[in-house]
Design a protein around this ligand. Structure first.
Ligand SMILES: *Cc1c(COP(=O)(O)O)cnc(C)c1O
Length: 395
């Protein structure tokens, strides 16, 4: 089996699994308890927090709130900025059309509550233009939230420039960095980030764990009421085993980041070159400003779901886009946002790889996708019309 869906989730690293099980067996105390095993758990928790601080270039351990994952961190950051914005009479938020649903759905709700949301165009290359962020900022803007790297097409946004603009204009800047953390260099200080969301299961940590970075001095509200855990910003007994494993996985990812990115990128580029040979295909998203492990293509005249099922038969686990949209008949909002028309957007394939994939596996994927696309086209009515000239090729 070739696993090529690391943007959906990753396999936990052995070190993270070991740290997690050791914690469950031996450090099972409640970190809020004062006796020995509780304090041990507290130490483990704070050790993991220090790893996060180091990994993202934060200043202080108080800037990190552990959450149940990326979605919760996104919700908390946006809700919080909205609440304080409202208090100050600022009810305008800027984001993009291709954010993760954790962001987009939260914004939709806020619109119902009276907020105004501007979704910036991501253009054909899947990249935000900083000058368009600047001109969208108004006196009543309380938040700019733009993802670091897109989960479907892998494009990496000019976050540092956007952050600098927000700083200069004195507007809060949040980034959903779930796809970036552990894969490319992220530094909250250098990148001028006020709030950042991350999720452990996207960097070989466990599912159900993540964190929110909130720069010192920025006020934050809680989503969950209860105890005083996480300095009162996230109630509930901490997921100590998950958090400990998150710290281990993150350290591992950061320690090996340059090396793994270089290896992965080479394989990615070979995959892109191979798939480009398929007639009437196109890569989605900018080729250069792109996550090291992301390959995303559209193939004209086929239907993505069938492509995935046939690839699965060949032992290749991939996706058409995000895990969230599969199962629905709607084409990906990300592909529509970069201007792909419905027919074309339906024939998409995302391969998200890591450094573990072998050259032989890469060649096998290229060969298999070529075969399957050709096979599906052989009985596709749309393809027949295209070839007969009854319909015009788009790609
Ligand atoms: C996976 C993902 C999320 C959600 O993270 P969870 O930990 O699964 O809640 C949010 N944003 C992006 C960009 C993602 O890829």
């Amino acid at each position: 089996m070739i696993y090529a869906d690391n943007a959906a989730t990753t396999r936990m690293s052995d070190a993270a699994i070991e740290a997690m099980t050791a914690c469950m067996k031996e450090t099972y105390g409640n970190p809020s308890s004062l006796y020995g095993i509780g304090q041990k758990a507290k130490e483990a928790l704070e050790g993991a927090r220090d790893e996060v601080v180091k990994a993202i270039g934060a200043e202080d351990y108080r800037e990190i709130i552990f959450t149940s994952g990326g979605s919760e961190a996104d919700n908390q950051a946006i809700r919080s900025a909205a609440e304080f914005g409202k208090q100050a009479g600022k009810m305008h938020i800027i984001s993009t059309a291709f954010e993760h649903h954790a962001v987009l759905h939260t914004l939709k709700k806020l619109e119902k509550e009276g907020f105004e949301v501007t979704l910036l165009d991501v253009h054909e290359n899947g990249l935000i233009r900083p000058e368009e962020v600047e001109s969208a900022i108004r006196p009543d803007t309380c938040l700019v939230t733009i993802m670091y790297a897109n989960n479907e097409i892998g494009t990496i946004q000019p976050i540092r420039e956007i952050g600098a603009i927000c700083r200069a204009k004195n507007v809060l800047f949040h980034t959903d960095a779930v796809q970036a953390i552990g894969h490319i260099n992220v530094n909250v200080k250098e990148d001028n980030i006020d709030m950042l969301s991350a999720s452990a299961h996207k960097f070989h940590g466990p599912k159900g764990t993540g964190f929110l970075y909130v720069k010192k001095g920025i006020k934050i509200t809680n989503l969950i009421e209860g105890g005083a855990q996480e300095r009162g910003k996230r109630a509930g007994t901490e997921n100590v085993p998950g958090i400990v494993a998150t710290g281990v996985a993150l350290k591992e990812a950061i320690d090996n980041l340059e090396k793994n990115a270089e290896i992965t990128q080479k394989k990615r580029d070979r995959l892109i070159a191979g798939l480009k040979e398929i007639p009437h295909s196109a890569i989605n998203g900018d080729e250069n400003s792109r996550l090291p492990g992301n390959v995303n293509f559209c193939f004209e005249g086929i239907e993505g779901e069938s492509l995935l099922l046939l690839l699965d038969d060949k032992g290749i686990q991939a996706s058409s886009g995000s895990a969230c949209t599969s199962g629905s008949l709607d084409p990906s909002h990300v592909l529509l946002a970069i201007g792909r028309v419905h027919d074309v957007a339906h024939g998409s394939l995302r391969l998200s790889i890591n450094e573990e994939i072998t050259d032989e596996e890469v060649e096998y994927i290229i060969k298999s996708v070529k075969e399957v696309v050709e096979y599906l086209r052989s009985f596709s009515p749309i393809w027949r019309d295209l070839v007969a000239g009854k319909k015009e090729f788009i790609l």
